[in-house]
Design a protein around this ligand. Structure first.
Ligand SMILES: Cc1cc2nc3c(=O)[nH]c(=O)nc-3n(C[C@H](O)[C@H](O)[C@H](O)COP(=O)(O)OP(=O)(O)OC[C@H]3O[C@@H](n4cnc5c(N)ncnc54)[C@H](O)[C@@H]3O)c2cc1C
Length: 399
């Protein structure tokens, strides 16, 4: 597969605003490739992955071969150098069939991007090559059993003793936690927020798989326990004190792009499944497609899909230009797309009747996964609080 990679120059300068929301030829080519991959490796298998609650490693290897684990990383470091629109469209293509798979891509990308931005030259040289080649898969470990959104409630600590560092604490709900090779772990060092990289074979680290989630069932969630895990200074990423103001928000911004576009893919899935089923299902004398209620449902779905697509692409274009407004735009895209996905997946189940309630019908997966998307990477309530406050602070001024 060829990934056409050109950074962001083509979006700069005059005519820029017209470009937003529209895909360039290179993005269309990439999208076609990503969708080809999703049809080949994901479409027929996704239902089984959810039932097995695991993604086969052969798929992870196939993604690595295509360069997906290094898609947005700079070419000079061995990455593909693609922009965030392409990254978004990769998540959209995979999310059409399996948001569990986008979960793995997401946390891995968050770890890689954090290293590129905040790692020292030595840290990049040591950790990035196996991550980019997919030999090691990274996971992002922030949440704890007693604290998710409220980071001040985290109890994980890194203590320094005689020039050595020791990590203690627990992390919960970690995507790919049960299978990842390397964890980006957040805690406090002398009361300063800090983050560090911890390989899975570190002495004192134990991993317990978490099964039976509502959604993202194949994402191999795990709980991590660190007991006096000894770290070296070069495992600390960035300055102690920076972890919650710079590093985790930076990483979570990528996380939100992934979830927003994956929700968009899921919405496309709802539409395609509903159109296809309504054209084939006879209800009494009337084809389901000919019922006014079906047409209204499809119309509302399509309009929300288009609106979500615009918001997602807008956020990704801004992000590709390093525009600070991208943060708010990505928040809005994630908010709208995840809510629309939850709303329409529920309708998609309804339209399919009993069939829509069976595990082999994709609508079941869409329904469960989309609810979860309203919680992760910034819950809807938190986004409302942030965007609402920002509007009030700006006295309602909008761009
Ligand atoms: C499938 C899945 C995958 C996940 N993967 C990861 C991962 O890879 N790494 C990781 O670190 N974590 C992961 N998580 C955890 C996830 O990030 C948290 O669930 C999320 O941050 C919410 O935290 P919480 O569950 O502790 O809820 P709480 O923080 O306890 O919130 C509970 C409720 O209160 C609301 N609330 C809380 N604070 C506020 C506020 N300030 N303003 C308004 N409302 C508020 C929330 O919106 C929510 O409705 C994952 C979770 C799931 C379900």
């Amino acid at each position: 597969m060829r990934i056409t990679c050109k950074k962001t120059q083509q979006f700069q300068g005059e005519g820029n605003s017209k470009m937003r929301g529209r895909l360039e030829r290179q993005h269309l080519e990439n999208t076609e490739n990503f969708r080809g991959f999703a049809k080949k490796y994901v479409k027929e298998e996704a239902a089984q992955w959810e039932m097995d609650q695991a993604i086969p490693f052969s798929v992870i290897t196939a993604m690595a071969r295509e360069g997906f684990f290094a898609l947005t990383l700079p070419k000079e470091m061995g990455g593909e150098g693609a922009d965030y629109v392409s990254y978004g469209m990769l998540n959209e293509a995979l999310g059409r069939y399996s948001v569990s798979l986008t979960g793995v891509l997401n946390v891995h990308t968050m770890v890689c991007e954090t290293l590129v931005k905040w790692g020292t030259a030595e840290q990049k040289e040591r950790w990035l090559p196996p991550l980019m080649q997919g030999e090691h898969i990274g996971a992002f470990a922030l949440t704890e059993p007693q604290a998710g959104i409220d980071l001040s409630g985290l109890l994980t600590t890194v203590t320094k003793k005689d020039g050595r560092y020791f990590l203690n604490g627990r992390k919960k709900w970690i995507t790919y936690g049960a299978a990842a090779d390397l964890f980006l772990v957040f805690g406090f060092l002398d009361k300063k927020p800090v983050c560090c990289l911890v390989p899975k074979h570190t002495e004192g680290l134990s991993v317990t798989p978490i099964r039976d989630m509502l959604g993202f069932r194949a994402s191999a969630l795990g709980e991590l326990s660190f007991e006096n895990c000894e770290l070296t200074a070069d495992q600390i990423i960035g300055q102690p004190g920076f972890a919650f103001t710079f590093i985790s928000p930076f990483a979570l911004d990528f996380g939100r792009i992934s979830v927003a576009f994956a929700a968009l893919g899921l919405l496309r899935g709802c539409l395609e499944e509903c159109v296809s089923y309504s054209r084939s299902r006879q209800t009494g004398e009337v084809l389901l497609a000919d019922r006014p209620g079906t047409r209204r449902l499809l119309t509302e779905m399509k309009i929300d899909y288009e609106a979500a697509r615009h918001l997602c692409l807008d956020g990704a274009f801004y992000k590709s230009q390093n525009d600070p407004l991208s943060v708010e735009k990505i928040f809005m895209a994630k908010y709208f797309a995840s809510k629309a996905a939850a709303k329409h997946s529920e309708k998609a189940v309804q339209l399919h009747g009993a069939l829509g309630c069976h595990e082999q019908t994709p609508t079941v997966r869409f329904y469960r996964d989309s609810k979860t998307m309203e919680i992760i990477e910034g819950s809807s309530e938190v986004i409302e609080s942030l965007i609402g406050k920002s509007l009030i602070d700006k006295r309602g001024q909008v761009h």
